[in-house]
Write a protein that binds this ligand. Structure first.
Ligand SMILES: [Zn+2]
Length: 319
C-alpha cells in the first residue's frame, strides 16, 4: 500500500507518493492557481494526484489514504479549511469531502506547518524524538508541536499559532490585529525589513553597500555583511537572534521539547544562526544550568517535510 501526501502551497501543489515508513518515493508538482478560486484549486489537486499516480506507475486503488497539508485554520476532524487567507474564497471548504467525492479514497486535512513538524519526526531531523517543537521562519512564523510522538493540534484541532505569541508588548502591528507578535520580529520578512531600515540609516556602512549591490536582498545579505565585520549588520543579526531565541525560550518553558527544529529559508544560515540561538536558549530558559535544555537543529527535509507529514497524518488519523 502507498500513502499520498499533498503540500498545498500558495503558488504550487506538490503531491508525493510515500511508503508505509514515511519514505518519499515520487513527487509531482503543478501550479496552484490560487487566484482562480476554490474550484480550480481543487481540480488542480485532483490533476496532480492523478498524474503522480500514473507517472509512478501505480493505480489509485493501491493508495490507502490521502493527506493534505493546507495553510490556514483547519478543522481536521471534518477535513475543512475554515479560512486560508492567501487563497481566493477558501473559507469553510470541506477539502476532504471534495477530494474524496472525486477520488474514491479516504482524505484527511491538517495545517501545513503541523504536517511539516510530523514529517520531520517521521523521517527527518527529529527522527527518534517524541517531544518536538518545529518553527518555520518564512514570510511569517509557522510551527508545529509533537507530544509523545503525536501531533498536538490544539482544542477542537484548531491548530497552534506559534507565530502569534507576543514578544514585545505594544510593538509591531501584526497581520492578526495584535501588536508585538513573534512573527513581526522573527520572520524572514521582518529580518529583511530591519536590514533595509538599517542600511538606509547607515548609508556609509558595508551593509548599505551590500544591500545596494544585491540583486535581491534576503536573509543572507545581513548575515554575510555581519560575517565580514560590519557592526551595523552585526547589530541587526544580534537583535534578530535575540527575538527568535526569546520566542523559543517561551516554547521551551511551556512544552519542554527534547528538540527544537528550525526550518524555512533563514535556516540555511546554519551555524551562524543556530549556534548563537543555542547559547541564548541555554543561558536564558527557565532553570538554566539545572534543567537540561532542548537540542536545537535545522530541519532537514525542506518542502518534503510537509508532503511526508501530510501522508503520515492521514495514515494515523484514518484508521
Ligand atoms: Zn499576530
Amino acid at each position: 500500500m502507498y500513502y499520498i501526501g499533498v503540500d498545498l502551497g500558495g503558488t504550487k501543489i506538490a503531491v508525493g507518493i510515500v511508503s508505509v515508513y514515511g519514505k518519499l518515493l515520487y513527487k509531482y508538482t503543478v501550479k496552484t492557481e490560487a487566484d482562480k478560486g476554490v474550484e480550480t484549486v481543487i481540480s488542480n489537486i485532483i490533476k496532480c494526484i492523478e498524474s503522480a499516480v500514473a507517472e509512478y506507475g501505480i493505480s489509485i486503488s493501491n493508495v490507502a489514504s490521502i493527506g493534505i497539508g493546507s495553510p490556514g485554520v483547519i478543522d481536521s476532524e471534518t477535513g475543512t479549511v475554515i479560512a486560508a487567507f492567501n487563497f481566493k474564497d477558501m473559507i469553510n471548504v470541506c477539502l476532504a469531502g471534495e477530494i474524496q467525492k472525486r477520488i474514491n479514497r479516504p482524505v484527511a486535512v491538517s495545517n501545513d506547518a503541523n504536517c511539516a513538524a510530523l514529517g520531520e519526526v517521521v523521517a527527518g531531523a527529529a527522527k527518534g524524538y517524541s517531544d518536538v517543537v518545529m518553527i518555520t521562519l518564512g514570510t511569517g512564523v509557522g510551527g508545529g508541536i509533537v507530544i509523545n510522538g503525536e501531533l498536538y493540534e490544539g482544542g477542537r484541532s484548531r491548530g497552534v499559532e506559534l507565530g502569534h505569541i507576543v514578544v514585545n508588548h505594544g510593538g509591531n502591528l501584526c497581520s492578526c490585529g495584535r501588536r508585538g507578535c513573534w512573527e513581526t520580529y522573527a520572520s524572514a520578512s521582518a529580518l529583511i525589513k530591519r536590514t533595509m531600515e538599517e542600511a538606509a540609516a547607515h548609508p556609509d556602512s558595508l551593509l548599505a553597500k551590500m544591500v545596494a549591490e544585491a540583486e535581491t536582498v534576503n536573509g543572507k545579505t545581513v548575515f554575510n555583511a555581519a560575517e565580514q565585520g560590519c557592526p551595523v549588520a552585526k547589530a541587526v543579526t544580534d537583535e534578530y537572534i535575540s527575538y527568535v531565541s526569546e520566542g523559543l525560550i517561551d516554547l521551551t518553558n511551556v512544552f519542554r521539547p527534547q528538540i527544537i527544529l528550525i526550518g524555512g529559508g533563514i535556516s540555511n544560515e546554519g551555524e551562524r544562526l543556530i549556534g548563537p540561538i543555542k547559547k541564548y536558549v541555554a543561558e536564558n530558559s527557565f532553570g538554566a544550568g539545572i534543567i537540561e535544555v532542548p537540542h536545537i537543529a535545522r530541519a532537514t527535509l525542506g518542502n518534503d517535510a510537509g508532503i511526508i507529514g501530510a501522508a503520515m497524518f492521514a495514515k494515523r488519523t484514518l484508521k
